[in-house]
Design a protein around this ligand. Sequence first.
Ligand SMILES: C[S@@+](CC[C@H](N)C(=O)[O-])C[C@H]1O[C@@H](n2cnc3c(N)ncnc32)[C@H](O)[C@@H]1O
Length: 271
Amino acid sequence: MNRERDYVLGTHDEELARLGLQHRVWRPVVLDCWKKAGITVGSRVLDVGAGPGYAAVDLAEIVGSTGEVVALERSSKFVRATEEACRARSLTNVKIHELDLMTDDLPKQDYDFSWCRWVVSFVSDPSLLIKKLAGVLQKGSVAIFHEYGHYETWHFLPRLTNQERFREHVIQTWRQSGGEPDGAAGLPALLSANGFAIRSATPHIFCVGPGDYMWQWPATFIEIYLPRLIEMGRIDQKFADKVRADLTSAEKNPNALMITPLVLEIVAEKL
Ligand SMILES: C[S@@+](CC[C@H](N)C(=O)[O-])C[C@H]1O[C@@H](n2cnc3c(N)ncnc32)[C@H](O)[C@@H]1O
């Protein structure tokens, strides 16, 4: 199996950069969530499906030298990016494991928290992931998730028919690759079945204009995923051009609005 190729969003340089922008856009929400959940100096945090390590680096700086971040990721390219980011910041409190969450064992350690963002949507068996997580988290540990709860909330006002067709292709290709876009939808049942109590569940949905930084998050996703859909043979260049043209016209309209895909924040305690 090719661990880079088999991931539906890809692990190319543009995706690595997109994940960086996505992290920066979401950083204020994420920092607030981590603070409320109790992550602080000395905390030990498991980062599940860490990507190129943008969150891992922020976590490492927060928990400091008395704390630790254990980052799990399947893509060797993303693992190397995380190693480089840690070296550049002289961070010595991040342990990185290149592994597959579905087929490998998760490293056992005394974690206080786990952090899992936009990963449940992409694994073939979310129930296995939560079972494994339950197996390595101790009583009182807190599991934090940011996952899509209702991807179809994503649309523009005035509505853009081609963007909505694009969104449907996104949903279908994620399902075809074995994932489920609304990864958060199954979490309450899975967490209950694996001995977690949900402490809070918070929807994050935004209505933004072209001048808002948040706009860049879905807009760059469109730009990156159109060539991917062409590569997969799902759409042609003509349709891609129409989606781009619609986005460009919305960006020129100062009154255009975009409702973002709903992300559900779930904070649960291991009993
Ligand atoms: C959308 S990215 C999110 C990355 C990171 N959590 C973030 O918020 O920036 C999903 C990540 O999950 C990883 N991933 C998907 N399936 C995986 C698996 N079975 N085992 C390990 N990592 C996986 C991908 O390689 C990718 O880095």
